[in-house]
Write a protein that binds this ligand. Structure first.
Ligand SMILES: *Cc1c(COP(=O)(O)O)cnc(C)c1O
Length: 229
């Protein structure tokens, strides 16, 4: 039987190998452990194995875990990576360190207004709808720069980069096309905003190709914590 610690180290080796294959420094790629639906004990187990970055998808579940663990394990960095309705922004503003799925000015404004003064700015990524599917969340490629400009004027938000969930597909060409368009967009954004240093893309199934295409943060759930029911 493999433990969470075993699987963390396997995930880290995958990151190292993918980085080496394309002559990147493995330290440029952070591992975000996605603990959604998993119990707080799993987070502690990963923490004791050295993991510090955790991602949660659901506002209430995330808030509960942060209230339960945040004080004792106060060097955990909490990342919100799920869809966020504008009436739920307060929880994210008050409890999380990062927010990956920003795609509307209205939500950005609320997060900026609701971020408590004693906390550092909320670190944010703009979610890009790279596959241009109607059903998917995120902004279109052309809209990224306008939203980035708006966020950059908000003192309690710090624009860190882009996030995307590319199409889940076996079509390697389609996959490659989406990842590389994201990378191009990221490089352009980085030239315009000097706070930008993060390209959040790649999950358990596609972190290798994501790293080849410039990812600086992979969000890995099932490969660390096991499959979700
Ligand atoms: C669940 C989730 C992940 C992790 O997915 P796995 O395939 O389990 O690694 C990553 N990013 C987002 C946005 C998610 O919702």
């Amino acid at each position: 039987m493999t433990t969470i610690a075993d699987r963390l180290s396997i995930a880290q080796s995958r990151i190292n190998q993918a980085a080496q294959k394309c002559a990147r420094n493995p330290n440029e790629v952070k591992l975000l452990a996605v603990s959604k639906t998993k119990p707080a004990n799993d987070i502690i187990e990963a923490y004791l194995a050295g993991q510090r970055l955790f991602g949660e998808n659901y506002v209430q579940e995330g808030e509960q875990k942060i209230l339960q663990l945040g004080e004792e394990f106060n060097d955990i960095e909490w990342h919100f990576i799920g869809p966020l309705q504008s009436n739920k922004t307060k929880v994210v503003a008050e409890h999380f360190d990062w927010m990956h799925t920003l795609s509307r000015e209205k939500v950005a404004k609320r997060l900026n207004d609701q971020r408590p003064p004693h906390l550092p700015p909320l670190q944010v990524c703009i979610q890009v709808n790279i596959s241009n599917e109607q059903s998917k969340s995120g902004v279109d490629e052309q809209e990224v720069f306008k939203l980035a400009q708006q966020i950059s004027q908000m003192p309690k938000l710090k624009l860190r980069g882009l996030m995307a969930i590319p199409t889940a597909t076996d079509d390697i060409n389609l996959q490659q096309d989406e990842f590389s368009r994201l990378n191009t967009l990221y490089q352009t954004l980085k030239q315009q905003f000097d706070t930008v240093d993060t390209l959040s893309m790649g999950m358990s199934g596609d972190l290798d190709i994501a790293i080849t295409n410039g990812s600086t943060m992979v969000r890995v759930g099932s490969a660390i914590f096991g499959s979700r029911t």
